[in-house]
Design a binder for this molecule. Structure first.
Ligand code: E4P
Length: 217
C-alpha cells in the first residue's frame, strides 16, 4: 500500500518528504482553506515540485462542462497533477471525457461500491472512498474499501483505490489488510503510525545501558 499525504500544508509536506516514504499528496478545498492558500495554482505547483508522485487538486465547480474546462486547465499546472472530480452524475460525465483525453482523475467523495464501479468504467485513475465520513454516518467505511478492492480485482479493473478520510492509525492497518492500493493520511496520523511506546522504552534502555558500561570502563 502506497502512502499519500492528505494535506495542503507545505511545511508538513516538506517534513514528510524527508522520511522518504510519501508517494503522493491529496488536497481538497477545505484543506486549502485551512492553510489560507489564496493562490490555488501557486500552492499546488509548489506541492508538485516537492513530491514527484501524483498530486490531487480538486475542481471548484459543479457543472459537467465547467468541471471539464477547469480540469483541463489544472492538468497543465504540472506533469504529476491528478484532478479530483466529485462522485456526482456531472462528475461522472466529466470523468469520462477527461479520461478519454488521458487526464488522470481521482474520483472523490466516493461513499459506495456503485459510485466506485461507475468511476472505474468511466476511466478514473483513482477512486477515493471516504472511510472516516462513512464511519461517522454509522456505516463501516473500511468494508466499502474492501468491497471496492475485491470487485476491482475480480474484474481486473485498473482504477486504484485510495482509502481516504483516514482518522487514526487503525484505519491504516485495516486499509492495508483490505488491499487498498493507497492510503491518503493526515500528517498527525502518519506520525502516530510510526510511534510505539515500547520502541521509546527500548531506545532509552539501550542508551542507559551503554552509558553505564562506558562509565565503568
Ligand atoms: C481525500 O482525498 C480527502 O482530502 C480527505 O481524505 C477527506 O478527509 P476528511 O473526511 O477528514 O475531510
Amino acid at each position: 500500500m502506497l502512502i499519500f499525504l492528505d494535506t495542503a500544508n507545505i511545511d508538513q509536506i516538506r517534513q514528510a518528504a524527508n522520511l522518504g516514504i510519501i508517494s503522493g499528496v491529496t488536497t481538497n478545498p477545505t484543506l486549502m482553506s485551512r492553510e489560507k492558500a489564496a493562490d490555488y495554482e501557486a500552492t499546488i505547483k509548489e506541492i508538485c515540485s516537492i513530491i514527484p508522485g501524483p498530486i490531487s487538486a480538486e475542481v471548484l465547480v459543479e457543472e459537467a462542462q465547467a468541471m471539464i474546462e477547469q480540469a483541463r486547465d489544472i492538468s497543465t499546472w504540472a506533469p504529476n497533477i491528478v484532478v479530483k472530480i466529485p462522485a456526482t452524475s456531472a462528475g461522472l460525465e466529466a470523468t469520462s471525457v477527461l479520461a478519454r483525453d488521458n487526464i488522470k482523475v481521482n474520483f472523490t467523495l466516493c461513499f459506495s461500491l456503485n459510485q466506485a464501479l461507475l468511476a472505474a468504467r468511466a476511466g478514473a485513475a483513482y477512486v477515493s472512498p471516504f472511510v472516516g465520513r462513512l464511519d461517522d454516518a454509522g456505516h463501516d467505511g473500511m468494508q466499502v474499501v474492501k468491497d471496492i478492492v475485491d470487485v476491482f480485482n475480480h474484474y481486473q479493473l485498473p482504477t486504484q483505490v485510495i482509502a481516504a478520510s483516514i482518522r487514526h492509525p487503525q484505519h491504516c492497518v485495516v486499509a492495508a489488510k483490505a488491499g487498498a492500493h493507497i492510503a491518503t493520511i493526515p500528517y498527525d496520523v502518519l506520525m502516530k503510525m510510526m510511534h510505539h511506546p515500547l520502541t521509546d522504552i527500548g531506545v532509552a534502555r539501550f542508551s542507559a545501558d551503554w552509558q553505564r558500561i562506558k562509565e565503568q570502563t
